[in-house]
Design a protein around this ligand. Structure first.
Ligand code: PHE
Length: 452
């Protein structure tokens, strides 16, 4: 039978391994760097509420659909979509979903690696003691000096890409599973330590109010699009990362339960990060809407003041790098898996080709913070544009296609079999994915281009 197939790339050792890998993919810069800064830019509470709604009504159903397609297809997303379309008697055009995902993965990783490079450079700054007793201004200068220097940025970006390629070249099980098993809980623990510090800052209530007091006058159709785009980004949905991880998932493991766990863990980390960052923002008189530098301009102030800050600060950025690392490999895995399948390449060669290409595109992001900072299109720098197009257009579009394929194209029996849910659970997933999810995505799309 078709379903007995297993992937040529190997399989996860079990349920826990998949949960860890998928959580490793989901939890990353999106939670700790991006969530606080876009929440700050979009006014807080109401934005967070829309984001949480999108996670529940759009993200979770699509995550289940995406894992399901992967496990059924057992190949890279491009080939998975091709063979599923054939199996279900649908048009070959569906493989375009896989191609769009590969492109989105490249583009996202190209800037993701540059930001992960900032985190790497902060490990070294922290170890040098650069944060010790530094004022908010000192830290601000430290950050602006970093992003103004293309050479330093390229150095760290290159190092991060190299790290990513090494793990990808080693394959699904080699190294990664082990790393994620210990590092993710470590990151969670350290965030709790930081939460303690944020509570003691005296500004915790302001932070809490900013995150959870929903004032809808502060958001507009663009913020809603950004909230939805972020739900896709943070759960790694819509580009095949979760699909390809699903294709390494052994049979018999509940897709629904594991997806719920991953989405919960991801949301928890983001909210925790917000609860740490915003009290510090207010305690130090900083702007919540400071942009992509937000965590890099706030956390070091805290580390510089607290006892053991040198240790905690360095450890924090090390763990942030690991969180980014385990996400980065999933961004490039769909492309690598495809090259191995269709061009019979060794994983090493495939990883090298993808890595070099991504590194090159990443230079555009590096320069967008300095020598090309005035190059803008639609009022956005290259970095902002890359982020906007991938998170807010390509991922939701990919997710929409995944939902449509899973419940409108695929036979109901196929998805029922694959998901392994009880009848109530299955109906709930089926109807939400059939109607609520696609309609929500479409409305947000149409509203943001002013058509609705
Ligand atoms: N989810 C990751 C994060 O939040 C980013 C990511 C997006 C990873 C898309 C894979 C695919 O950092």
């Amino acid at each position: 039978m078709e379903q007995q197939r297993s992937s040529i790339h190997g399989q996860w050792s079990g349920r826990l391994a998949f949960i860890l890998a998928a959580t490793g993919s989901a939890v990353g810069l999106g939670n700790i760097w991006k969530f606080p800064y876009i929440t700050g830019e979009n006014g807080g509470g109401a934005f967070v509420l829309v984001y949480l709604l999108c996670i529940a009504l759009v993200g979770l159903p699509i995550m289940m659909a995406e894992v399901m397609l992967g496990r059924r297809g057992r190949q890279s997303p491009i080939n998975t979509m091709m063979s599923l379309a054939k199996e279900e008697g649908a048009h070959r055009f569906w493989k375009a979903l896989g191609w769009m995902g590969v492109l989105a993965g490249f583009l996202i990783l190209s800037y993701y690696s540059v930001i992960a490079g900032w985190a790497l450079s902060y490990v070294s700054l922290s170890l040098e003691g650069a944060f010790v007793s530094a004022s908010a201004e000192d830290i601000g200068v430290l950050f602006s000096n970093l992003i103004a220097d293309p050479q330093r940025l390229i150095l760290w970006h290159s190092l991060f890409m190299l790290m990513t390629m090494v793990v990808v070249a080693r394959g699904v099980r080699g190294g990664l599973e082990v790393a994620v098993r210990y590092l993710m809980p470590g990151l969670g623990l350290l965030l709790l330590v930081m939460l303690g510090y944020a509570i003691s800052s005296g500004y915790f209530m302001q932070g809490l109010a900013f995150l959870f007091d929903a004032d809808f006058s502060k958001i507009n159709s663009t913020s809603i699009l950004v909230a939805m785009g972020h739900a896709f980004f943070t759960l790694s949905l819509g580009m095949g990362a979760i699909m390809v991880y699903g294709s390494y998932l052994p049979k018999g493991i509940s897709i629904a339960k594991t997806s719920v766990l991953v989405a919960l863990a991801d949301t928890l980390v983001a909210l925790l990060a917000g609860l740490v960052i915003f009290p510090l923002v207010f305690a130090n008189g900083l702007e919540p809407g400071a942009g992509p530098g937000l965590i890099f301009q706030t956390l070091p102030i805290a580390f510089g003041q607290m006892s053991g800050g040198l240790f905690f600060g360095s450890l924090f950025f090390v763990l942030l790098v690991f969180a980014a690392w385990s996400s980065a490999i999933s961004l490039i895995e769909p492309a690598v898996a495809y090259l191995v399948e269709n061009r019979s390449m060794k994983r090493l060669t495939a990883a090298l080709i993808c890595g070099v290409a991504t590194w090159l595109v990443g230079l555009a992001t590096v320069f967008s913070f300095n020598i090309w900072s005035d190059v803008t299109l639609f009022d956005k720098t290259i970095f902002d544009l890359l982020d906007f197009v991938t998170s807010n257009i390509m991922l939701p579009l990919g997710g929409l296609m995944i939902a449509i394929f899973a419940v409108w194209v695929m036979k109901k029996e196929s998805s029922r079999q694959e998901l392994g849910l009880g009848s109530v659970g299955f109906s709930l997933w089926y109807w939400v994915t059939r109607f609520v999810t696609p309609v929500a995505v479409l409305i947000v799309f149409l509203t943001s281009i002013g058509l609705f």
